[in-house]
Every structure is written in C-alpha cells, then in structure tokens.
Design a protein around this ligand. Sequence first.
Ligand SMILES: Cc1cc2nc3c(=O)[nH]c(=O)nc-3n(C[C@H](O)[C@H](O)[C@H](O)COP(=O)(O)OP(=O)(O)OC[C@H]3O[C@@H](n4cnc5c(N)ncnc54)[C@H](O)[C@@H]3O)c2cc1C
Length: 368
Amino acid sequence: MHFPTDEDSIRERVRAIDPIEYGKSRNFLCGKVTHLSPYITHGYISLRHLRDVVLKKYSVQQSYTFIFELAWREFFQRTWEKEGDAIFWSLKHPQENVVHESGLPEAYLLKKTGIQAIDNALVGLEAHGYVHNHARMWMAMLVANISKTSWWEGARHMYYHLLDGDRASNTLSWQWVAGTFSAKQYVANQEMINKYALASQYKTYLDKPVNMLLGGNVPDELSQNKSFELVLDDVALLRESMSLSELKKTETWLYSMWTLDPYWQPARSTDVQKILFIDMDDLAMFPMSAKRITFFLALSKNILDLKVFYGKMSDLETLLSDVVVYKKHHPALFNWPGEASDSEYLFPEVIDIPGGFMSFWKKCERYL
Ligand SMILES: Cc1cc2nc3c(=O)[nH]c(=O)nc-3n(C[C@H](O)[C@H](O)[C@H](O)COP(=O)(O)OP(=O)(O)OC[C@H]3O[C@@H](n4cnc5c(N)ncnc54)[C@H](O)[C@@H]3O)c2cc1C
C-alpha cells in the first residue's frame, strides 16, 4: 500500500471514490475502501470536501454508508473537543479483567500471534503505516479483550506506526473495542475473521463460539507480555527546522501536522510567514515513527513557502505575542496562539454531542 504525497495523485484518489462499491465491500480486507485516512488525519482533505465530491456524482442513498463512516471520524473529533484529555483515559467505564497493565503480548510484538490475518496486519502496520478498519478491530480485540492487556498500551503502539494515527480516532476506537467507551467489549472469532479476511484458518484459540471467547483465561499463546519502546526519530525534523532567530515578528499563518491544507487562506495579507510548528514536548509525549514524520513533511511541501519550526511552545508564544496569528480549527490546537478559523465539520448544526455514535448519527441524519 503506497501513500503518495503529490497533489495530483491525492486528487486522483479522491476522484476514484465509489460509494456504491464502498457500501458493498468495505468490511472485507480486500474491499474498496478509499485509503484516504493519512490525508484526512493531516488535514490535507476535509470530510466536508469528500462528502461534497461524492454527492456531486451520487445520490444521498448511494453515498449513505460512506458518509456514515465519515461521521464516525467527526464523532471522535467532537468527543475530543468536548472531553479534552479525558479521552486518553477510560472514558465511560474502567476496563474489565485487566491482567497486564503494561507491555504487549510478546507474540503480538513479534507478529506471531498465530492468527494469520492479525499477523499480516501487524506486518502491514510496520511496513506501510496502514491497516484496514476490521483488522484494527481484531488487533485491538486481541490485545484488550483476549490477552487482557490495558488498551492504552495497544493504542499507543498502533498510533506510533500509523500514517493516519489520530489521537481521537485511535484512542476512542480502542476504547470502543475494549468496552470502556461502549456498552460491551467487541469480540470476533476465527469464523468472522475468516469471512472478512477471505481466509480459511481453523483450530486456533479464536476458533470458538463468540460467547466463549470472553471471560476465560488468557490463551497460552498470548500469556507473556513484554515491554516495548517507541523511539522518536526526529532527525528529519531537526534537519528541516529553521532556528528560533529566523522566525519573524510578522503576521503568521500557523500550520500544524493536523492542518496541512494547501488551500487554506485565512486572510488576504501579503507580508506573511507560513510556519509549520511541531511542538517538541507534545511529540515526545505522543511519539511517532520516522516513516510518519517523513510522510507529513513530504505532504507539507504542497504548501507554498511553508517553513518548519520544530521547537518549544513557550518560545513560539513569546515570539508571536504581539503579532496577528491565524490557525485552523482542530481539537489538538486549542492551546495554540492565534485566531482559529471556523470548523469544517460535516454537521455543524449538531451542537450537543451525545455519548454514543448512533445517537450522534440520528441527529446528523436529518441534515443529510
Ligand atoms: C483500533 C482502531 C484504531 C483506529 N485508529 C485510527 C487512527 O489513528 N486514525 C484514523 O484516521 N482512523 C483510525 N481508525 C478508524 C479506521 O480504521 C480508519 O479511519 C480507516 O481504516 C482508514 O482507512 P480508509 O481511509 O481506507 O477508510 P475508509 O473506509 O475509506 O473511510 C474513509 C474515511 O472515513 C473515516 N472513517 C472510516 N471508518 C472510520 C471509523 N470506523 N472510525 C473513524 N473514522 C472512520 C476515516 O477518516 C477514513 O479515512 C481506527 C479504528 C480502530 C478499530
């Protein structure tokens, strides 16, 4: 799976969306999903733009499943906006029956869980930074519900490797699977995995009726947990970054790794500096792979005259304290200096965000 960073290839990927085929096949690993998540996560394309592109060619009915899935992302973003940092902790209920508070099953780290579809997904995660939605659910289920490991450990490991790693979609999906942000734990047995992976694997520890998978002992294959390190390789950022003294005291359009929109133009000014600010302390707290950093830096090249500043928030704030600063709306940027542009939500009419997705969707549906 390849994720190009040039404008033409990305627009081609958007043009190729077929919501009818998507609706029929999205649950299968070989289904016609869009592979757009890295561009959406980095703010290169908005959900609203995707909805509009699709509705230009297809009816609401034909686009229903696709927009429904886009709304999941919006729900997670807006839950983040509402709950703040609480999303990094079990949000509704504590995780049940945790056996391992830290580390991950050694078999999972070695990509040898014995479940072929999950092992393939783990290989893909490291090699391409992408995993299909269903495989992500199986991985999260295996870690949180079968090996009974704290969901946070699996979430931060996955986030590190994903090109689309998003703090809300990632932590809240893990919590949805682990039952800490949903009514019950999600579980898939070998039969379900075989169906959607088009596999035929039998006699594994998941080859049981679904109702027998939860509540028992951790299978021997997953009983050993091992600690792991997520090394932040920021060489590319250090190489690209301008120094603090190069920043000017002038009107600034502040970009982040979450808001790399090449068409954003918050004002008509001429003497402007465009800065992609990467907060060192934040990145140390939520590390990501060198592949991910290289990806978003390459994506940022589509923005004319954009300069990278990799440094401390306090330095940036001091320097920009008395100049006009614009930033795009994003839940990760609430504490950043500057005036935020309006959100590009799909359903801005929905103001109160309920605790569950289906209640959210019910409210959204009437604006479709
Ligand atoms: C454990 C777990 C962790 C996840 N972590 C992330 C993450 O860090 N970043 C991330 O963007 N998504 C995450 N997801 C959601 C989903 O798996 C990905 O958005 C999707 O697989 C991306 O592939 P795609 O672009 O081909 O999706 P498509 O199916 O083509 O969907 C188009 C877009 O709709 C949105 N979308 C679709 N399904 C979902 C969903 N279930 N939840 C939220 N948004 C959705 C995404 O923005 C996606 O790019 C996670 C899901 C799970 C179960």
